[in-house]
Design a protein around this ligand. Structure first.
Ligand code: UTP
Length: 290
């Protein structure tokens, strides 16, 4: 499940009329990185939670008959393959979140579509380059421990207040980088954060999260937080946290986005050489002083 109904205010004005999930990292929209990760992790049913102004996401994953006919007629086989791949990767369903009432609410509106099965939540803004894919790493822990699993990452203290943070029990039997969650707190002031383990945009959840979210009140920002729903769920079952092995870019903010563009461009055989040449030619000492 991909919650993609947020307003993307940190990326204005680019996100005034287009979703942040459609901003490209080199030549592929952010959301496609996430969908490819889900498919590579074994998911073939994808639910996208969208809202007003998000039609471009639906169009991106749709078959484009005119474009395919055009590329076929011109003999552009490689591009035709790329375009067909996007619409044939998986089954897609869309749910509208009428109002952006928070991530917890976005998950709650998928309740009927998800039904009575475990499911993964992927926040596409967190683009994670990992092998095995980040979601697959969580699924492996889920299958072994039979409980909800949250992806976490150690973040510097000064950044911790931007995240949900977990308090955990030391338990070496669970495996390296895997913790049993004792408590969760959404965006704590840095002096109150219970650890430096921040929740990042991947979760494997069980359907009993839905009644917990239905019970969760909106916080003082008016949003229903997934972290608070998980806190409710923690009263009835163990929840685990897993440090994902890979490189994460938070593309929902401008600096994180720019870093991700450079990172992925330098991994592209058709661009890396010339792009690296350009980067090394820049006078970075002068730029850093600005
Ligand atoms: P963010 O915290 O990044 O919020 O949401 P945002 O609105 O997308 O962006 P900013 O902070 O205004 O710049 C985390 C994830 O939850 C989804 C977002 O689309 C994003 O994937 N979300 C958030 C929803 O689907 N619905 C909501 O009501 C809120």
């Amino acid at each position: 499940m991909f919650p993609a109904a947020g307003l993307g205010t940190r990326f204005l004005p680019a996100t005034k009329a287009q979703p942040k999930e459609m901003l490209p990292l080199v030549d592929k929209p952010i959301i496609q990185y996430g969908v490819e990760e889900a498919v590579a992790s074994g998911a073939n049913n994808i639910i996208l939670v969208t809202g007003r102004g998000k039609n471009a996401i639906e169009d991106h994953f749709d078959v484009s008959v005119e474009l395919e006919t055009f590329l076929e007629a011109r003999g552009k086989r490689d591009q035709l393959f790329e375009v067909r791949k996007i619409s044939s990767m998986m089954n897609l369903s869309y749910v509208r979140q009428g109002e952006a009432l928070g991530l917890g609410h976005a998950v709650l509106v998928t309740r009927d579509l998800v039904g009575d099965e475990p499911f993964a939540v992927i926040l596409a803004d967190d683009v994670i380059d990992a092998d095995p894919p980040a979601t697959k790493q969580l699924i492996e822990v889920f299958e072994r421990l039979k409980g909800p699993v949250l992806a976490v990452e150690r973040v510097p203290r000064e950044d911790i207040s931007s995240y949900g943070v977990v308090a955990f029990e030391p338990n070496t039997r669970l495996g390296e980088g895997i913790y049993q969650v004792r408590d969760l707190v959404e965006k704590p002031p840095k002096e109150e954060a219970p650890s430096d383990l921040a929740i990042i945009g991947r979760y494997v959840l069980t359907p009993d999260i839905f009644p917990c979210l239905a019970k969760t009140k909106s916080d003082r920002t008016g949003e229903i937080q997934l972290t608070n729903g998980l806190r409710e769920l923690l009263k009835s079952r163990p929840i685990y946290a897993c440090e994902v092995k890979g490189v994460r870019h938070d593309t929902g903010n401008k600096l994180g986005f720019l870093k991700a563009v450079v990172y992925f461009a330098l991994r592209r055989p058709d661009l890396a050489g010339k792009f690296a040449e350009y980067l090394t030619s820049l006078d970075l000492t002068a730029a850093a002083k600005r």
